[in-house]
Design a protein around this ligand. Structure first.
Ligand code: AHG
Ligand code: MN
Ligand code: MN
Length: 331
């Protein structure tokens, strides 16, 4: 049983036995994500000092080139994950192709693949608004002992063994699932320890917040327009409140606590929406479903989609179960 205020380290050890293949590797993987999260948190917190320390593209006082935060976050997660005998491949928003990790003695024995958006909502960094990291974990399906292949990454979301996000907000939190509910841990930055602050998170079954970039309204399909009008109509518990940060992790985190729906529909501008199936929608869908919410492309549950390519985009409707079902009925 999760106990409030226990540390993430304690929690990982105590819950290791619930994993299907309990060899300790998935626990070590979560542990390395915990470590990378702290490093990235430190970098994100310094971002406001950019005028003092030098902007991306500049050369700093030591003659080193300053890097963009999404590149730093990407490298931090890759380096942390690859130096352990757990992960055989990583796919990231920041890399065109997946990365192969040979492992110990180049024997390709590592079992897990990780897909990630190392810094989501990164345009918000410049204006001091919350950003996040999203990750998704699968067991490889090709035989171990051979290099990882594209098909190891193109698995439907249902095959995920873990997924989570880190939100670098007013507090930094790590929220994740391994298929036994969702737990949220808050970082105490003074001592660098995550504590269980949100045990067994539950998405409210219904809500009154809708989150969508309404600037794209005229380009949305008629069904989406009608659903937005429904949200705004004065009837029963409506009109709903509109809340849109433009940072997927933050928008979904808020809605998971308060109850709401997040939408990134297709439009005449983007035929499949904007969000990426493999490292944005699938991990969020896994977390949201584990918390009792729902995620779909408007018709099909996100995790039932068969991925075709690494960076493919899908329309995304995600949040309180009743709200997503209502939105689907308009499509
Ligand atoms: P990223 O910073 O990883 O490219 O993702 C940004 C995403 C997501 O966080 C957010 O919900 C969405 O883009 C916002 O898009 P719009 O500005 O088109 O609304
Ligand atoms: Mn993103
Ligand atoms: Mn990103």
């Amino acid at each position: 049983m999760p106990r409030k205020n226990q540390t993430l380290g304690e929690f990982i050890i105590e819950n290791q036995s619930e994993f299907k293949y309990s060899s300790g590797e998935l626990s070590r993987l979560i542990n390395s994500i915990r470590l990378a999260a702290k490093v990235v948190n430190h970098q994100v917190n310094k971002a406001g000092l950019v005028d003092v320390l030098g902007a991306a593209g500049d050369t700093n006082i030591q003659g080193e080139d300053q890097q963009k935060l999404d590149v730093i976050a990407n490298e931090t997660f890759i380096n942390t994950l690859k130096n352990r005998e757990i992960v055989c491949g990583i796919a990231s928003e920041e890399n065109d192709d997946f990365i192969t990790i040979e492992g110990h003695n180049d024997d390709h024995q590592n079992k897990y693949v990780v897909l990630m958006d190392p810094l989501d909502g990164s345009s918000n960094i410049d204006v001091n608004v919350s950003v996040g990291t999203i990750f998704s974990v699968y067991r490889r399906i090709t035989p171990s002992g051979t290099p990882v292949k594209l098909e190891d990454f193109l698995q439907p979301g249902r095959n995920q063994v873990a997924a989570g996000y880190i939100i670098y907000g007013t507090s930094t939190m790590l929220v994740y699932t391994t298929g036994h509910g969702v737990n949220g841990f808050t970082l105490n930055p003074a001592i660098g320890t995550f504590y269980l602050s949100h045990p067994d998170m539950k998405f409210p079954e219904n809500g009154t917040i809708y989150s969508v970039n309404e600037g794209n309204y005229t380009h949305f399909p008629q069904g989406v327009k009608n659903y937005i009008k429904f949200c705004q109509e004065e009837k029963d518990d409506r009109p709903y409140t509109s809340r849109y940060i433009g940072s997927l992790v933050s928008d979904i985190h808020r809605n998971m606590i308060k109850g709401g729906i997040y939408m990134y529909p297709k439009s005449s501008l983007n035929s499949n929406g904007k969000l990426r199936l493999l490292y944005e929608c699938n991990p969020m869908a896994y977390i949201v479903e584990q918390a009792g919410g729902k995620a779909s492309d408007g018709y099909t549950p996100i995790m039932d989609l068969e991925p075709k390519e690494l960076h493919e985009r899908v329309p995304f409707f995600c949040g309180s179960k009743k709200m997503v079902e209502k939105a689907e009925s308009f499509m």
